[in-house]
Write a protein that binds this ligand. Structure first.
Ligand code: FES
Length: 56
């Protein structure tokens, strides 16, 4: 599903970023350029990143 509509970024891409070594919300943002326009995706992105980090 799309998480960030501004940048067209999906939850799968966020998972891949975490599995690829991103260890924080900030690193995911830097890798994917997510949350850099309207910011509406920030809450969901944070929850997803925290969930994916606890999975690995
Ligand atoms: Fe992600 Fe707008 S929805 S920055």
């Amino acid at each position: 599903m799309y998480v960030c509509l501004c940048k067209g970024i999906t939850d799968s891409q966020i998972r891949s970023a975490v599995e690829g070594g991103a260890q924080s919300l900030r690193e995911v943002r830097e890798n994917l350029d997510i949350m850099t326009q309207c910011g509406k995706c920030a809450g969901l992105t944070k929850d997803l990143v925290n969930g994916f980090l606890s999975d690995i």
